[in-house]
Write a protein that binds this ligand. Structure first.
Ligand code: SF4
Ligand code: SF4
Length: 107
């Protein structure tokens, strides 16, 4: 999910229900992600709970106040989430998986 100032994300969330969101386990500690929102994948890797599934759906999706699909841990979200930008390849693929059109990259 891109910046919350980007309104399309607040009613979309497609990338948060398309990919496994994994990270080196210390990133969760460093960012202050609550343990209950993460899952251990391997001795060194964790992921956002709900994203290591055949139909991923991050546990934090829709838990924020900024919109219906706002991230509930926006300030603490892992780097993998921060790297998805509106209109990029991951965004476009995720939206396509959920029947949504691609968004043109903002000028
Ligand atoms: S798929 Fe794109 S528009 Fe939707 S939440 Fe992710 S970055 Fe935002
Ligand atoms: S932590 Fe937030 S931005 Fe990252 S996948 Fe979950 S809902 Fe989306």
């Amino acid at each position: 999910m891109s910046d919350s100032g980007n309104l399309p994300c607040l009613t979309c969330g497609a990338c948060c229900k398309s990919y496994r969101v994994s990270f080196y386990w210390t990133e969760g500690l460093e960012r202050g992600l609550p343990d209950g929102l993460t899952e251990q994948l391997t001795p060194h890797l964790s992921c956002m709970r709900g994203t290591n599934a055949s139909r991923p759906y991050c546990i934090a999706l829709g838990k924020g106040d900024a919109g219906p699909m706002a991230c509930g841990v926006y300030a603490q979200r892992p780097q993998a989430c921060r790297e998805v930008e509106i209109g990029d390849e991951k965004c476009t693929r995720a939206r396509g998986l959920h029947g949504l059109p691609a968004i043109p990259v903002p000028a």
